[in-house]
Write a protein that binds this ligand. Structure first.
Ligand SMILES: [Zn+2]
Length: 316
C-alpha cells in the first residue's frame, strides 16, 4: 500500500513538473517591496546566459482588492513559474491580470506559466505587440533564449497578450487604476508605461533602465527621450525600470541623459562631416559616467552609429 501511494505521489509530482522537466527550475529571486502594494524582483543585470537561465528582468506585483497583478513575468516558462513561487511569499491572492511592457522576450515569455495557473487572467499589451506576435516574433525570441541559455528555457511556448492596449487607456482592477502611456516608438514600437495612479508608481519597461544599457536596435533615440520627458511630467514617487534598481525621478533622468549624450555625439559627428563610425570615440567621452553599466561596451558603438542614422534621417 505504501509503495502504491509512493508511486502515485511520484507520478503526480512528475505530472506537476512536466512543463519544465527538460530544464531546471530558475533560481529563486526575492520580491522587494518598493511602494505601497508594489513588489519587484530586481533580476540580474547581465544578458540571458547559462548561469541566469535567461532570467534578467524586473517582474512586478501590484496587489489590488481583487487580487495580484503581474507585470513582465520573465523570459521563459521556468521564469514565470519562479515568479509564481515567489508571489506566494507576498500574498495568497490569485493572479487577476498580467501586463507586458513590450515585445522583447526577456519580459513576457513567462506569461505561459501564469496562464497555465490562471487561465482566466487577461494579459494586456500594446496593440503593436499583438501584431508582431501574430507575425512570428515570439518564436524568434524563444529560439534566441534557447540558444543563449543552451536549452535552459526549453518547453517555453508563445503565450502573448490577449487584450490590446494603447495610449490613454485606463484599466480599473479592484481599487487600482492602471493608466497606459505610449508616445510612439521609443525603446521599441510596442512600449507601454504603466502608471498605478493610487500608489504613485510607474512601470517604465525598457524605456528606462539603470546600471544596464539595453539594446536600442528596435528603438529610436529621439522618441525614447521624448517618451521619458512626457512620463516624467507625472511627478510620480516610485519609478520601476525594465532592468536595474527601482528609484526616483533622478534615476529616470539618468537614463534619459545617457540617450541624449549618445544622440548629441552623433549630431556632433554629423555636423563635423565625420562618418557614423566616428561617433563611438565622441560618445565614449560623452558617456564616461555610464561606462560600468552592464552591456555598455557592446552597445556604445552600434548605438552611436544608429543615432547617426537618425540624425541623418532628420536632416533629409
Ligand atoms: Zn527591451
Amino acid at each position: 500500500m505504501k509503495n502504491i501511494t509512493l508511486v502515485i505521489f511520484t507520478l503526480a509530482l512528475l505530472g506537476g513538473l512536466m512543463p519544465s522537466l527538460s530544464s531546471a527550475a530558475v533560481t529563486d529571486y526575492p520580491f522587494e517591496k518598493v511602494a505601497e502594494n508594489t513588489w519587484i524582483i530586481h533580476g540580474p543585470l547581465e544578458m540571458p546566459n547559462v548561469g541566469n537561465q535567461g532570467f534578467m528582468n524586473n517582474p512586478g506585483i501590484v496587489l489590488t482588492s481583487e487580487g495580484a497583478v503581474i507585470i513582465d513575468p520573465g523570459s521563459s516558462v521556468q521564469a514565470g513559474e519562479m515568479v509564481l513561487r515567489m508571489l506566494k511569499t507576498v500574498t495568497d491572492e490569485p493572479v487577476v491580470a498580467v501586463f507586458n511592457t513590450h515585445i522583447h522576450g526577456d519580459h513576457w515569455l513567462g506569461n505561459q506559466a501564469i496562464k497555465a495557473a490562471y487561465p482566466d487572467a487577461p494579459v494586456y499589451g500594446h496593440t503593436e505587440m499583438l501584431t508582431m506576435i501574430e507575425d512570428g516574433v515570439g518564436e524568434t525570441w524563444i529560439e534566441l533564449m534557447d540558444k543563449l541559455t543552451e536549452g535552459a528555457t526549453q518547453g517555453t511556448r508563445v503565450v502573448g497578450p490577449d487584450h490590446p492596449l494603447g495610449n490613454g487607456d485606463a484599466i480599473k482592477i479592484g481599487n487600482k487604476t492602471f493608466r497606459i502611456h505610449h508616445y510612439g516608438q521609443a525603446h521599441t514600437r510596442t512600449d507601454i508605461m504603466i502608471e498605478v495612479a493610487e500608489d504613485s508608481v510607474v512601470f517604465l519597461g525598457d524605456n528606462v533602465t539603470t546600471n544596464r544599457i539595453p539594446r536600442m536596435s528596435d528603438g529610436n533615440f529621439i522618441g525614447n527621450i521624448d517618451s521619458v520627458d512626457n512620463i516624467l511630467k507625472l511627478g510620480a514617487t516610485t519609478w520601476v525600470p525594465g532592468h536595474g534598481k527601482t528609484g526616483d525621478a533622478d534615476m529616470v533622468r539618468g537614463y534619459r541623459d545617457y540617450l541624449a549624450a549618445v544622440y548629441a555625439s552623433a549630431r556632433q559627428a554629423f555636423d563635423e562631416d565625420l562618418d557614423s563610425s566616428d561617433v563611438k570615440p565622441i560618445a565614449l567621452k560623452a558617456t564616461v559616467k555610464y561606462k560600468d553599466w552592464a552591456g555598455y561596451e557592446g552597445e556604445i558603438g552600434p548605438q552611436g552609429a544608429q543615432a547617426y542614422m537618425e540624425v541623418e534621417a532628420a536632416e533629409f
